[in-house]
Design a binder for this molecule. Structure first.
Ligand SMILES: Cc1cc2nc3c(=O)[nH]c(=O)nc-3n(C[C@H](O)[C@H](O)[C@H](O)COP(=O)(O)OP(=O)(O)OC[C@H]3O[C@@H](n4cnc5c(N)ncnc54)[C@H](O)[C@@H]3O)c2cc1C
Length: 303
């Protein structure tokens, strides 16, 4: 397993933001991961770091990256995938086997672990629709347990993994047979739609900044509140979709948090709706960041 000391994590994140972490581990086998988790304390598990804002002040602890855990298997209509399997790769592979249900993952730059954690979804599909069972590491008992879909507490961009007790080791999905052409057509549509409204990773970002409030869209509310014109020296809101913040090159985590508060405040002032972040903040906070996070992250389920 690859182990790095005092590692600057910035380049592993899609935001290209993040300071040094005490130790970084990249296991390559599930057994290596479980062994490690039985001995390690003060750690955070991450996949492709595409849904996180990592502190520019780093993290005084251990980071475990799952991207070395990339085995998967397709058996009939069932798919087994380890937590580090990349979302677009599995989407592509199941489509080649004429299996429908994961077309939405084609444009998500994350891993299965991150996708299950937040019940990732797009284009009317989500993880909760297709997950059968999850193989988890229980941090309290240090045992491996299996949970069925009904036990995962899935809701919009939420699962039981949010409370931090369990780590996803692997997941099993049940998909449906469809003609390859139909599946490919849907994947192409999904990608084309993304290209027209979402920034590519050449403009460093971590996807949607805020979750959609009930029966509305965060992007629509932010647009109406004028967020598309918001710009600061190091960050700006994407001009084609108001729910994305772009790192202009030298942004810090504090710059992004400041922009998030500006966006949050604009929608609150106009609609009295308090948007909740989808992006997860990780790492040490400065005093200013503590204040900004206190405004943005108010519920217990948000780190
Ligand atoms: C351009 C762009 C577009 C995006 N579009 C979408 C979209 O349409 N829909 C959507 O839902 N998301 C979207 N995302 C967000 C993100 O890519 C996905 O949600 C992705 O699945 C997250 O996976 P990750 O590996 O990057 O997670 P990370 O960012 O590495 O981690 C996210 C959270 O998951 C936890 N986690 C990761 N692995 C595990 C594990 N094995 N066990 C337990 N917890 C774990 C982490 O601790 C962290 O809290 C987008 C992001 C970008 C940059």
């Amino acid at each position: 397993m690859e182990i790095r000391d005092n590692f600057e994590i910035k380049n592993l994140t899609t935001y290209k933001i993040g300071g040094k972490v005490k130790k970084l581990y990249i296991p390559e086998k599930i057994e290596e991961l479980t062994e490690l988790l039985r001995t390690l304390d003060n750690y955070i598990i991450l996949g492709s770091c595409s849904d996180v804002l990592f502190s520019s002040n780093g993290f005084d602890g251990n980071i475990v990256i799952t991207t070395g855990l990339k085995n998967f298997e397709i058996r009939g209509t069932k798919v087994y995938a380890e937590c580090g399997v990349k979302d677009p790769l599995i989407s592509q592979k199941v489509s080649e086997a004429s299996l429908s249900g994961l077309e939405f993952l084609i444009g998500l730059p994350g891993t299965i672990g991150g996708a299950v954690y937040m019940n990732a979804g797009a284009h009317g599909q989500c993880i909760a629709d297709v997950l059968v069972s999850a193989c988890l590491f229980d941090k309290e008992t240090k045992e491996i347990v299996f949970k069925q879909n009904s036990e995962m507490d899935f809701s919009y961009r939420h699962s039981m993994l949010y409370d931090g007790r369990y780590i996803l080791l692997s997941a099993e999905f049940e998909l449906t047979k469809q003609p390859i052409e139909t599946i490919k057509e849907l994947m192409d549509r999904n990608l084309t739609f993304r290209k027209t409204i979402q920034p590519s990773l050449a403009n460093p970002n971590a996807g949607s900044v805020f979750k959609n409030p009930e029966n509305d869209s965060a992007g629509r509310l932010l647009d109406k509140a004028g967020a598309k014109s918001f710009e600061m020296p190091n960050v700006k809101v994407w001009d084609k979709h108001a729910n994305f913040i772009i790192n202009k090159g030298n942004a810090t985590s504090e710059d992004v948090l400041e922009m998030m508060v500006k966006m949050y405040q604009a929608v609150k002032d106009m609609y009295t709706i308090e948007l909740r972040p989808e992006i997860i903040f990780i790492g040490n906070k400065t005093k200013k960041e503590e204040e900004l996070c206190n405004i943005l992250y108010k519920t217990k389920t948000q780190k």
